[in-house]
Design a protein around this ligand. Structure first.
Ligand SMILES: Cc1cc2nc3c(=O)[nH]c(=O)nc-3n(C[C@H](O)[C@H](O)[C@H](O)COP(=O)(O)OP(=O)(O)OC[C@H]3O[C@@H](n4cnc5c(N)ncnc54)[C@H](O)[C@@H]3O)c2cc1C
Length: 306
């Protein structure tokens, strides 16, 4: 049965109402837990019109996907606040204290961070209208839609070689553009050539196209190449500094370390979705959220039944 708790005190607070947070909230709501989801409404794929690769939901607009997820929490009494959590600490008694941007204090026994990542997009003049539409970060999300088209892999040097070769799965016409960075090793140049990938190291001065469709890239020397889709390999970073505030451990890639139960090394603190180290896909974020939800419920059961 649900326990009686003071106002603003929850068994579980979930920070982040994206696929990972929603999925955990569904599991925990169905476990009759007192759950609060806090969400600042900045999901990673917000520039995209179409969520692909999610079983039974292939092609759904991301906003609709989130709205259905939120609607399906309704029967289970999960509480929701549209707010940003700006401070988090683990108290000496092992509970968590959070502060919202409005200054409200919230307490929970367990805390799940499902706060996601944010991307650095290529700073190519003129490319902003194409972000998330024909300029992408993930071939698994948007490769199919770009099949057989002239595709550009964008990265600052040899780090783009793997991406460029991977894009050959979707199109025979792939060019690696390093935007003025000449750091491509001789071995890599030979590998690209052997596998039919073109290489351009000149600085890109402009992306051109119509509406949200990118059509060509213009280099500083005036050369233009066709480009119907551009995929980039640039850094992504934690959207929130809450994992740092709580002193989570990070991998060298800047994602939070967790075990197979989505637990961090801090008792009662869980992490799910893109913010941890697994692959970055909606279906995987949702699966991790469900795993976190079940394991949080089990931990609460163990504490209750002594
Ligand atoms: C352009 C683009 C297109 C993509 N397309 C696809 C696709 O087609 N298919 C696919 O499987 N994947 C796709 N992805 C990847 C997908 O977006 C992520 O894998 C997925 O969103 C991860 O879910 P998440 O719940 O971990 O994080 P997010 O969806 O990023 O959700 C995190 C949530 O936490 C909230 N939040 C963060 N910090 C705080 C805070 N301090 N307080 C309160 N709330 C906070 C944010 O507002 C956000 O709502 C795409 C990514 C991009 C960039």
């Amino acid at each position: 049965m649900p326990s009686t708790l003071l106002p603003n005190t929850y068994e579980v607070i979930i920070v982040g109402g994206g696929p990972a947070g929603l999925s955990a909230a569904l599991v925990l709501g169905r476990c009759r837990r007192r759950v609060l989801v806090c969400d600042s409404g900045e999901s990673r794929n917000e520039t995209s019109d179409c969520l692909t690769g999610y079983l039974t939901r292939d092609g759904i607009p991301p906003k609709e996907f989130l709205a259905i997820g939120r609607e399906q929490l309704r029967p289970y009494g999960v509480e929701w606040k549209n707010t940003r959590i700006v401070k988090a600490l683990c108290r000496p008694d092992g509970t968590f204290e959070l502060k919202s941007e409005e200054g409200e204090t919230l307490i929970s026994k367990k805390l799940l961070l499902a706060t996601g990542l944010k991307d650095y997009w290529p700073e190519i003049p003129g490319s902003a209208p194409f972000y998330g539409k024909t300029v992408h970060h993930c071939p698994y999300c948007d490769g199919w839609e770009s099949r057989d088209k002239p595709i550009v892999a964008y990265a600052l040097g040899s780090v783009g070689v793997g991406l460029a070769l991977s894009l050959k799965t979707w199109s025979p016409d792939v060019t690696l553009c390093t935007d003025g960075t000449k750091r491509v090793t001789t071995d890599d140049k030979e590998k690209l050539a052997r596998n039919g990938v073109k290489l351009r190291t000149e600085r890109i001065i402009r992306a051109e196209g119509k509406g949200t469709q990118i059509e060509q890239l213009v280099f500083e020397n005036g050369i233009t190449i066709p480009c119907q889709a551009l995929f980039f390999n640039l850094a992504s970073v934690q959207r929130s500094d809450l994992p740092s505030q709580l002193q989570c451990e990070f991998t060298s890639k800047g994602v939070v370390k967790s075990d197979l139960k989505q637990k961090t090394h801090i008792t009662g603190l869980y992490i799910a979705g893109d913010a941890d180290r697994d692959m970055q896909q909606v279906i995987i974020a949702a699966a991790e959220g469900a795993k976190a939800g079940i394991n949080i419920n089990k931990e609460l059961q163990l504490e209750a039944y002594v």
